[in-house]
Design a protein around this ligand. Structure first.
Ligand code: PHE
Ligand code: FE
Length: 285
């Protein structure tokens, strides 16, 4: 299986992987695409092929359409080329970073429609399992959704909301929102549940697990419920939250969170496997 520490959990992982010596004050580096080896491009191709086989009928349509258009099956992509297409579509740009970046920096990038993508690729022995996000997770998992205008708008608002949460001591709650949506979110479609979360879409095992395994909960997205719920960083998720569409994600997160944070601070968090009385649990085949 495939897990990683997100920006929300990096404090647990100790020293960061990656070369930060050439980073500017926003933690941006040059991608140095010419520096990738043929072996690294080959490893990317194998990661890509594995996921490409898994996602039809499982990833949401936006993801499937975008990943096809992006045309990055043959090797580690050049971020600048993707930015050209992405900027035209939704005004977002990719920036290369050495690895995880400080919360404030991460939010600043998102608030300005810049998505930070890690430059390094995992090693062969990490094919199935990685502790920190690498270029495959960041690019393959996250970038396709940025072509959807509503999602793109939402992620920028999330970035602004992150800067605000830092001042309101609300980061733990906002991180849970990110985790259960941007990283591990499911979405309804006329044909059944589909995946839009990047942490699932870049994982060899969780793509199938999250949709078919009877074990985890699959609960309709509800903002305060999500923000109260703890999450697993070292195993598949015990609960997935399901949105109706991206408009719901945008609309439900649009109100001012100031009062909500205060309310949440007064409540206990819920364990990751919680199913509250009366809560709908989507049935899986
Ligand atoms: N509405 C949130 C606030 O007022 C900001 C936010 C928007 C957070 C979108 C997440 C996603 O703090
Ligand atoms: Fe991620």
């Amino acid at each position: 299986d495939d897990f990683f520490a997100s920006v929300a959990t990096k404090s647990d992982s100790g020293a960061l992987r990656g070369d930060y010596t050439h980073a500017d004050k926003n933690y941006v580096v040059a991608q140095n695409w010419a520096g990738y080896t043929p072996e690294q491009h080959a490893l990317w191709r194998r990661l890509y092929e594995r996921q490409a086989k898994l996602i039809p009928g499982r990833a949401c349509d936006v993801f499937l359409d975008s990943i096809k258009t992006l045309d990055v099956s043959q090797g580690i992509p050049q971020f600048d080329r993707t930015t050209e297409a992405l900027y035209k579509a939704t005004g977002w740009q990719l920036v290369a970073v050495p690895g995880l970046v400080p919360d404030h920096t991460f939010f600043e990038h998102l608030a300005n429609r810049r998505f930070p993508v890690t430059v390094w690729l995992r090693e062969e022995h990490e094919f199935d399992y990685i502790v920190e996000p690498d270029v495959f997770h960041d690019f393959f998992g996250h970038v396709p959704l940025l072509f959807n205008p509503i999602f793109a708008e939402h992620l920028q608002e999330y970035g602004k909301g992150g800067l605000k949460a830092l001042k309101l001591d609300g980061l733990a709650f906002l991180a849970r929102l990110y985790w259960y949506t941007i990283e591990f979110g499911l979405i309804q479609s006329p044909e059944g549940l589909r995946i839009y979360g990047a942490g699932i879409l870049s994982s060899g095992g969780e793509v199938e697990y999250c949709l078919r395994n009877p074990e985890p909960n699959r609960i309709p997205f509800q903002l305060d419920r999500v923000m109260r719920t703890l999450y697993k960083i070292d195993s598949y998720q015990e609960t997935y939250f399901v949105i109706r569409d991206f408009q719901q994600l945008f609309d439900d997160t649009a109100p001012d969170f100031t009062a909500l944070y205060e309310q949440l601070k007064a409540q206990d968090a819920l364990p990751a496997n919680t199913l509250l009385p009366g809560e709908k649990n989507f049935l899986v085949a």
